[in-house]
Design a protein around this ligand. Sequence first.
Ligand code: OGA
Ligand code: MN
Length: 285
Amino acid sequence: MGIQFKPLPSVLGAEVSGVTLRGLSDPQALAELRRGMDEYAVLVFRGQPLSNEEQVAFSEQFDGRLHTKTSVAVLTKNRFGNEALTDISNVGADGNILGAQDRLRMSTISNRLWHTDASFENPPGRYSLLSARVVPPVRADTEFADMRAAYDALSDEQKVEVEGLKVHHSIVYSREVMGFEFTAEERERLKGAVQPLVRTLPATGRRSLYLASHAQHIVDMPVPEGRLLLRDLMEHATQPRFCHRHEWRPDDLVIWDNRTTMHRARPFDDKKYRRELRRTTTLDL
Ligand code: OGA
Ligand code: MN
């Protein structure tokens, strides 16, 4: 029957069936999935159990080199011995749930702000592949917003206003907004990066807003003026009509394109219930 894409009841995303991701290396199937990403921006796969190694292998097959520069890598030692695999969990090195005041937990609370992965690095992240291993017995969704639809819905005047602008992204900025503090050495390793505010997806020619909580200021614009524009755009781009909410089940894999979407984690009682997801992010070269 081959690979099937079933569009989600939303402006973005499709659920994919008819493919097993573990060990996948068939060039035609991989090309079809990449085409699906260009069209839908978020792909949801159900019932795809992956070990850490299998997830890394599939991610490399899918899009080549993986990002290893995450803020988590700066804050703590990776539990899995591979910086390409980000530990999206509330679990510490000893396997226990992190304490209420734990520094890693405090930092990752900022995943609840709308963001794109690794926009504060150069090169930034392209695809993120997030697999669910343990989900809590309460909803702990991830929400996505379509930045192509958000760009399309700008007025002609607004499109002219954002054209050609460059934005400095910093994870130190987005964490400090929440009251998290970095050491001087950590700041030194997380200097940030400049990104275009509007991107064009090469495969489709569609334009999208490239926003994130990491967006700190607009280059060559007075800081308050730039920040106001960024806030207005964030408010515009995250209207419910542009969003989809993914309810996690164990063995889900969700792939999103950081060039055309933003995402955020939705709250759950993480002091009580264990939650574990693993993320790989490819390099946007
Ligand atoms: C991420 C992320 C969302 C979540 O992996 O970058 O933001 O639900 N995850 O934890
Ligand atoms: Mn993220």
